[in-house]
Write a protein that binds this ligand. Structure first.
Ligand SMILES: NC(=O)c1ccc[n+]([C@@H]2O[C@H](COP(=O)([O-])OP(=O)(O)OC[C@H]3O[C@@H](n4cnc5c(N)ncnc54)[C@H](O)[C@@H]3O)[C@@H](O)[C@H]2O)c1
Length: 253
């Protein structure tokens, strides 16, 4: 363990099988939290055992299923809920199908309503809770090209976050969201590969993604996890209802 910033707290993370969710589960465990790392893909999720962290428990949780969410939240009784699950659709409003839009609304947005509705009563009983929702810089902060469905759902996450924050601010509940720029993760590599097919090479696609970030690089999942730990911990006790932008200067120009 590296610290005790989350000692005595129970944290549930969705989509902890890879990328930001996985890095955040590990970072919170290293800060002393009892972590419930969940994902729909158990094969991916079980690789977190390599970390040899005794305070990480894993189980299957599909954020698109009410039953699965209710069961998982009942088991974890979390003080910290990190809603990380999400999917990126490529394309404009003319490319989007109704089925893709419905899928993204369900996974990127409605899933947060499911988990929050399940976790809030316990948090209210205990008089404290920190809810952290995964939004994106692409959405309400910046209109990114070919991110119509994604940006729409991620902008809505900001509204959901503010709404929950204001309704429960007097009862010890905090609700914030995170808006990253581009972050290195397995699904991001898939997006680079797909764009590379359009542009002629993987390298050209990588250069286009990196060029968006004034820092000249994309983020690591661990850099985003550090912000998750901060928002989960009592050191951010005066912070609620906000979008926390972490985008290498993308939107700061
Ligand atoms: N990578 C980026 O550049 C970036 C930038 C901003 C925001 N985000 C957001 O961060 C979150 C994580 O993205 P990432 O790129 O780190 O990870 P990723 O996309 O590589 O991994 C996604 C994980 O979600 C899991 N998952 C899929 N459907 C699920 C379901 N129904 N229930 C539970 N888990 C499910 C998958 O099994 C997988 O482990 C997403 O919400 C994404 O939109 C990512």
């Amino acid at each position: 363990m590296t610290g005790q910033r989350l000692e005595g707290k129970r944290a549930l993370v969705t989509a902890a099988g890879q990328g930001i969710g996985r890095a955040s589960a590990i970072a919170m465990a290293k800060e002393g939290a009892e972590v419930f790392a969940t994902d729909v893909n158990m094969e991916l999720l079980s690789t977190i055992r390599d970390q040899n962290l005794e305070n990480i428990r894993i189980f299957e949780l599909d954020v698109r299923s009410n039953d699965s969410v209710k069961k998982g939240i009942a088991q974890a009784a979390p003080d910290i809920l990190f809603n990380c699950a999400g999917f990126v659709h490529h394309g404009t409003v003319l490319d989007a199908t109704d089925a893709e839009f419905d899928f993204a609304i369900d996974l990127n947005l409605r899933a947060m309503m499911r988990t929050i509705r399940a976790a809030l009563p316990g948090m209210l009983e205990r008089g404290s809770g920190s809810i952290i929702n995964m939004s994106s810089a692409a959405g309400s902060i910046i209109g990114a090209p070919n991110r119509f469905i994604y940006g729409t759902t991620k902008a809505a996450v900001v509204g959901l976050t503010k709404s929950v924050a204001v309704d429960y601010v007097k009862q010890g509940i905090r609700c914030n969201c995170i808006c990253p720029g581009t972050v290195e993760s397995p699904s991001w590599h898939d997006r680079v590969t797909a764009l590379g097919k359009e542009l002629g090479s993987y390298e050209a696609a990588m250069a286009q993604f990196v060029a968006r970030q004034p820092m000249g690089r994309v983020a690591t999942a661990e850099e985003i996890a550090a912000l998750v730990v901060y928002l989960a911990a009592d050191e951010s006790a005066f912070t609620t209802g906000h979008t926390h932008i972490i985008d290498g200067g993308w939107s700061g120009q």
